[in-house]
Design a protein around this ligand. Structure first.
Ligand code: 5GP
Ligand code: MG
Length: 173
């Protein structure tokens, strides 16, 4: 893809199992909470679509668009490209992310939600890179831990390419 080589890393079937397990936990925890799912675009759109369709109780869904990556590297600053127009005051918020790497994006967003008066802010991520994590917020729902390598597919891109791929691929250089 572009100038880089990638190899198959996580098959869609395994991703679906992770999504199913998160959805089961949410169906137990959030049944009476009417949660507001806030999907962090762009990367989380596929995960969010698979996850939220498995939620069996009242809920709302909205989107924010944030960007911290350029190419295969984090820039350590988070740009907000599209903001939120829902009222989060008093709500149970579930932030839906594709992957937590340094944690900078989520840390920022959690703070923002709390400042805006959210009653509780929970974090759901399909993937987590423990070796890159620099923050200490709690992750309520996590699909799986992965090593500190750059990946694409299932919503995640490399400079805009590869979001459509059903499986996840890892960079081999
Ligand atoms: P963080 O702020 O936790 O360092 O980074 C979070 C965001 O960076 C993720 O939502 C995702 O968009 C992007 N990101 C982190 N690691 C990867 C990766 O391995 N591949 C891709 N495509 N994006 C990543
Ligand atoms: Mg993301």
């Amino acid at each position: 893809m572009n100038d880089k080589e990638f190899a198959l890393f996580i098959e869609n079937e395994k991703l679906q199992q992770a999504v199913e397990s998160i959805a089961n936990q949410m169906n137990e925890d959030l049944a009476d909470k009417n949660p507001l799912f806030i999907v962090v675009l762009n990367g989380a759109f596929i995960f969010a679509a698979d996850l939220i369709r498995r939620f069996q109780h009242d809920c709302e869904t909205s989107f924010v668009k944030l960007s911290s990556y350029q190419g295969t590297k984090t820039t350590h600053t988070v740009r907000e490209l599209i903001g939120l127009d829902e009222d989060v005051n008093g709500r149970t918020i579930v932030l839906v992310e594709d992957i937590i790497d340094t944690g900078i994006t989520m840390d920022n967003t959690i703070r923002q939600m709390k400042n805006m008066g959210a009653a509780e802010v929970k974090v759901a991520t399909l993937l987590f890179k423990p070796q890159a994590f620099q923050k200490d917020f709690e992750i309520s729902y996590k699909g799986m831990d992965i090593p500190n390598d750059f990946i694409v597919g299932y919503g995640l891109d490399y400079d805009g390419q590869g979001r459509h791929l059903p499986h996840i691929y890892k960079i081999t250089e």
